[in-house]
Design a protein around this ligand. Structure first.
Ligand code: HEC
Length: 102
């Protein structure tokens, strides 16, 4: 009986909501944006080798396209595919909650 309760408790702690990364992962993603994306898009994301990723410059671009670019990269350009490192759910969260928020 106790084991069941323990398992249930663990499940609750480790379960991740279907459309939002865990708090720890959110912190990792914020760090990644600055340090990994920032190496090409500028530390403040104002643009560098890659275009600006500031909210004001992305507002009019459909989320679907931005998510696709981040996941698959842009073949023939320096923009690499991030799918091996950032899941689809995480990418959507990034676009909606970080990149498109001022
Ligand atoms: C090695 C350099 C490099 C890195 C690292 C990089 N990018 Fe890019 N990114 C580019 C380039 C160059 C382009 C423009 C591609 C083109 O010419 O179409 C681009 C384009 C984009 C676009 C499309 C912008 C638009 O206006 O359509 C998005 C979104 C984007 N990158 C997000 C990211 C994110 C998020 C990360 C980090 C997870 C990242 N990039 C890391 C070089 C990079």
């Amino acid at each position: 009986m106790r084991i069941t309760y323990l398992c249930l408790a663990l499940l609750t702690v480790t379960s991740v909501s279907a459309n939002e990364p865990s708090a720890v992962r959110q912190a990792e993603l914020r760090h990644l944006i600055k340090h990994d994306c920032g190496s090409c898009h500028g530390l403040t994301l104002k643009g560098g080798l890659g275009p600006s990723l500031l909210a004001k410059d992305l507002q009019h671009k459909p989320n679907r396209d931005l998510v696709q670019t981040i996941q698959q990269g842009r073949p023939g350009t320096a923009m690499p595919p991030w799918a091996p490192f950032i899941s689809l759910v995480e990418t959507r969260w990034l676009v909606e909650n970080i990149l498109k928020k001022p």
